[in-house]
Design a binder for this molecule. Structure first.
Ligand code: GLP
Length: 251
C-alpha cells in the first residue's frame, strides 16, 4: 500500500486539507475534471471549497462528475444524488449545473445510461476523485463482492447500505434497492484519489481497506493497487488501524 494517510482532529480539518489539494489541481489546470462523492463525509470539503471560491478560486471551467445515483426515486426527489449535489456543491460554489454530471438514474434504458456514463468518465480522464467509504467498505455503490474490473453499471444496494442510508429517508422501506454506480475499474482510472472517512463507524472498513488483503469482500481494498491515493481520516475513523498516526495539526 503506497497511500499517504493523514489523520486530522476533526471533519473541518479534513475538509480544509482535501479542499486545498483539489484547489491546487484546479489552479494548475483550470478545466480540470473533478470526481465528486455524496454522503456526509465530503460535506466539509465542499464547504471549504465554497470559502475558497468566495475568496477568488476560479472554478468556472471545471467539470464535475458524480460517482453514483439511486434508481427508482421520483424525478426531483431531494435525496437523489443529483439533488444532493445541487444542495452541497452547485449552489454553495455557484456552479453552472451543466458542469455537474450525474449518472441518469431516471433513464428508461438504465443499461445504456450506465454504458454512456462509463464512456463519459473515461473520456474525461478524472484528475482527482473524491471518495467516501461505506461501513461495509463500499466505494461509490460497489458493494462487497463487486469485481475490481467492474465498469459503470446498474446494481443492487446491500441491506447494510440500505440501513445506513435510511437516515436520509422518511422510512427505511423508502430507501431505493438499486442504483447506477461507476465501477471499481472506472474509479481506479482517475489520476489521483482522495479517500475520506469520518467517524468511528468507518474504523473497521478503513482498517480492512488499508491494512487487510485486497479482496472483493472490501471493495475499497482495490485502492491498494492505485499509485496516487491519499487517505484523510478524523481521529475516530483511524481508531481501528494498527498504527497510531496521531492527528496532524493544520496551520
Ligand atoms: C453512500 C454513497 C457512497 C458514500 C457512502 C458513505 O452510500 N453512495 O459514495 O461513500 O454513502 O457515506 P457517508 O459519508 O455519509 O458515511
Amino acid at each position: 500500500m503506497t497511500a499517504v494517510i493523514d489523520v486530522h482532529r476533526d471533519a473541518l480539518d479534513v475538509g480544509r486539507s482535501v479542499a486545498s489539494r483539489i484547489a491546487e489541481v484546479i489552479s494548475a489546470r483550470p478545466d480540470a475534471a473533478v470526481g465528486v462523492a455524496t454522503g456526509s463525509s465530503p460535506e466539509s470539503i465542499y464547504q471549504a471549497l465554497a470559502e475558497m471560491v468566495a475568496t477568488g478560486l476560479d472554478v468556472g471551467q471545471v467539470q464535475w462528475y458524480a460517482l453514483d445515483e439511486y434508481v427508482g426515486l421520483p424525478q426531483g426527489h431531494p435525496e437523489s444524488y443529483r439533488a444532493v449535489l445541487d444542495r452541497v456543491l452547485v449552489r454553495p460554489l455557484g456552479l453552472d449545473p451543466a458542469t455537474v454530471h450525474v449518472p441518469d438514474g431516471f433513464a428508461s434504458d438504465l443499461e445504456q445510461a450506465a454504458a454512456e456514463y462509463d464512456i463519459l468518465i473515461r473520456a474525461a480522464q478524472i484528475d482527482i476523485q473524491l471518495l467516501g467509504i461505506g461501513s461495509n467498505g463500499h466505494i461509490g455503490f460497489n458493494e462487497p463482492g463487486s469485481t475490481f474490473t467492474s465498469s459503470t453499471r446498474v446494481t443492487e444496494l446491500s441491506e447494510s447500505t440500505r440501513r445506513d442510508n435510511a437516515r436520509y429517508f422518511a422510512h427505511p422501506d423508502l430507501v431505493p434497492r438499486s442504483c447506477l454506480t461507476q465501477g471499481i475499474s472506472t474509479i481506479l482510472s482517475a489520476a489521483a484519489i482522495e479517500l475520506v472517512a469520518i467517524g468511528a463507524n468507518k474504523g473497521p472498513a478503513i482498517a480492512a481497506a488499508l491494512e487487510g488483503p485486497t479482496s472483493t469482500r472490501s471493495p475499497a481494498s482495490a485502492l491498494q493497487s492505485h499509485r496516487h491515493v491519499r487517505v484523510s481520516l478524523d481521529t475516530s475513523a483511524s481508531s481501528s488501524l494498527s498504527h497510531d498516526f496521531g492527528a496532524v495539526p493544520l496551520p
